[in-house]
Design a protein around this ligand. Structure first.
Ligand code: HEC
Length: 103
């Protein structure tokens, strides 16, 4: 019975994001992002924690297809596939910013 349920549910896994999001992959990939985005809060680089995953993925894909202008981000995004982007979106939506000071 349980095997049947798993079988029935499998086709729907990952459909929502368009690509499978893997939190651990996102955490791994995020270290590169933090060299810029982990800098002081006062810097001109925007904070990327706590965004809606769908919005985050859209922005990353816009950098990748160069419809958003920023050379640094275009270069970074060019190396990411859809699964990487979905995983980063999940990670940054759920992780706490390490630069945020404890209240
Ligand atoms: C070389 C520095 C650098 C690296 C590395 C970098 N970014 Fe960025 N990122 C920027 C800058 C600068 C901007 C602001 C661009 C602008 O204002 O047009 C930006 C903007 C963004 C934005 C848009 C935020 C907003 O509110 O508009 C997102 C999302 C983002 N980066 C995600 C990432 C992710 C995910 C990674 C790692 C895969 C990453 N960035 C790596 C420099 C970097």
């Amino acid at each position: 019975m349980i095997a049947l349920l798993v079988l029935l549910m499998t086709p729907f896994a990952g459909v929502q994001a368009g690509a499978a999001a893997d939190l651990e992959l996102g955490r791994h990939l995020s270290s590169e992002c933090m060299t810029c985005h982990g800098a002081a809060q006062a810097s001109a680089i925007p904070k990327i924690f706590g965004h809606e995953p769908a919005t985050f993925a859209e922005v990353m894909k816009a950098y990748r297809d160069k419809s958003l202008p920023n050379e640094a981000m275009q270069t970074v995004a060019a190396r990411l596939n859809d699964e990487d982007i979905a995983s980063l979106a999940l990670y940054f939506a759920t992780a706490k910013s390490p630069t945020k000071k404890p209240d």
